[in-house]
Design a protein around this ligand. Sequence first.
Ligand SMILES: NC(=O)c1ccc[n+]([C@@H]2O[C@H](COP(=O)([O-])OP(=O)(O)OC[C@H]3O[C@@H](n4cnc5c(N)ncnc54)[C@H](OP(=O)(O)O)[C@@H]3O)[C@@H](O)[C@H]2O)c1
Length: 430
Amino acid sequence: MTGALKVGLAGLGTVGAGVAKVLRDHSQALSWRAGRPISITAVSARDARRDRGVDLSGVHFEKDALALAERRDVDVVVELIGGEEGAARALVEAALKSKKHVVTANKALLARRGADLAALAEAQGVSLKFEAAICGGIPIVKALREGLVAYEFSAVRGILNGTCNFILTQMEATRRPFAEVLADAQRLGYAEADPALDIGGGDTAHKLTLLASLAFGTVPDLEGVAVTGIEKVTPADIAFAGELGYRLKLLGVARRTANGIEQRVHPAMVRARTPLADVESSFNAVMADAGEAGPFFFAGRGAGRGPTTSAVVSDLVDVARGAFGPAFGRPAGELIKAHRAPTESRKSAYYLRFQVLDVPGVMAEISRKLADEAVSIESMIQRGRAPGEPVAIVMITHESPHASVVRALKAIAASDKVFETPGMIPMEPA
Ligand SMILES: NC(=O)c1ccc[n+]([C@@H]2O[C@H](COP(=O)([O-])OP(=O)(O)OC[C@H]3O[C@@H](n4cnc5c(N)ncnc54)[C@H](OP(=O)(O)O)[C@@H]3O)[C@@H](O)[C@H]2O)c1
C-alpha cells in the first residue's frame, strides 16, 4: 500500500469542507501518520459553483454523488451529506457494493441500518467507519471498539448532544424558560432551524444506539431506546435541582442489567461536582464502565467543523494504514439481538414536582397516593405559603420501581387540588 489513498468526498458543508481543507493543509503530516498520502480525487455537492473556502482545483466534481461509487480513482467514499434515507443511504450502499471503503458521520443512517451495512462491508471485504457519528471529536468509537476490549462493559452513558447541554446550561445560568433559550441557541448557531431531533432526544438516541452496540456487541436497536426530550424542563426544575445539590442534564444511558439491555434518553438529576455534572455548554462526555479495567470518562467537543473533521480524518488514516476490522468490533453475523430490559423493571430514585393548591389536606393526599404504590419519600421542599393559591412541592423518592411511580403520579394528577401533570425526573447515580 504505497500509492495514495484516493478519496471521493460527498458533501462539502460544515464537515465536508473542513475535511477537504485538512487533507490539503496537513497532507504531509497525515501521510507520515498514514504511511502513504491521502488525496481527494472527486467531490460531490448540490451546488458546484459555491465557494467552499478550500482549493479544489484538479479535483473532479460529480453532480450525482452516486457516481463517486463507480469511479476507478476512488478507494474510499466519505459520506458527509447526512439524512437517514435518500442520497446518503443510496451512496453508502452503492459504495460498499462497489467494494469502496466508507467513512461516514451519519448517526441517523447507522442507528437504523448499521448491522446491515456492516454485514455488506464485510461481505465485500471493505471497511465501514463512523468515528465522527458519535460525539464529534471524542475518539469514543475507537476507545470502545479497540481500546477497552479486555473486559465486558456493564454501562455506557453520557451527555451526547451539545445543543441540549447548551440549552440546559443557559437555562441554569439565566433562569430563563426553555423556549427563550432555544431561540437564543438558534440565533447563535447552537441549534438547528428545526431543532426537533436534538431537543426531542432523537439525536442522543441515535448515538446511544451505536455506543450500546459497540459496548455490548448487540445489533443497533434504535427502537429499544426509551426517549424523553428536554422540552418540558422548566426553570423551576433547574432551580430546585441546584438547591438539592444536583444539575439537570440530558443523558443517554445504556446498561447491561439482569433483565436485559436497558437503553434510555431523558433529562436526569446528576449530583453536582461530579464529572458528568461538570460538563458545560455544548461539550459532550461519555462514561464507560469497562469491567475490571474500571470506569473511564471521555469529554470534548461533540460537534462543529473542527472536532467532526478530526474524527473523519482519523478514520481515513486508519483506512490508509489498512486497519479495517469489523464496524462494531465483532463480525456483523455475531452481533446479538439485544434482549430489551422492560421499562417496568427499571428502578431509580426520582425527583417529583407538583403544582398544587395550597389548602389543608393536599400533602396528606399526595403522601397517601405515593404510599399506596409503596413509593417512599427521602426529602421534600415546599416553597412558600399562599393559602388558596398554587404552590410548588418537590419530593425526592427512595429508589422505587418506575411503574409504581408512574401509577402514583397518575392517581395524584386526578386530584382537583393538583395543577399540571406532575413532573418526574430520574436521579442518576454518580
Ligand atoms: N455539523 C456537525 O457539527 C456534525 C457533527 C457530527 C456529525 N455530523 C454529521 O455530518 C454529516 C454532514 O453534516 P454537515 O453539518 O456538514 O451538513 P451540511 O453543512 O448541511 O452539509 C451537507 C452537504 O451535503 C451536500 N448535499 C446535500 N444533498 C446532496 C446530494 N443529494 N448529493 C450531493 N451532496 C449533497 C450539500 O451540498 P450544498 O453545500 O451544495 O448544498 C452540503 O455540502 C451529517 O450526517 C451530520 O449528521 C455533523
